[in-house]
Design a protein around this ligand. Sequence first.
Ligand code: TYC
Length: 102
Amino acid sequence: DGQGNTETGILTKTSPKTKKPSLYKVLMLNDDYTPMDFVVHVLQTIFGKNETEAVQIMLQVHQKGVGVCGVYSFEVAETKVNKVVDYARRNQHPLQCTLEKE
Ligand code: TYC
């Protein structure tokens, strides 16, 4: 438990290492062309938001230029960014998404 050997009286360090993964924000960026409905749809399907949350995030991005879609481990965040960009490209929208360490 990190306290060492109590029988010999010799204290040795055994660090209990269970490191939590770093967290990453997935950010959605505004642009002038992607339809609002498409962004809401992406937030619902890829980020599991309900309609109300999705509309709020979309409007925040539309008005402020950037918004947080969620916070995940690196692997999950990267996969979501790739899904968004790929899905947007396949629908010929310039929607951009990126990740940022918390
Ligand atoms: N600005 C876009 C429009 O007016 C809507 C939009 C919102 C685009 C959020 C991207 O991440 C975005 N149609």
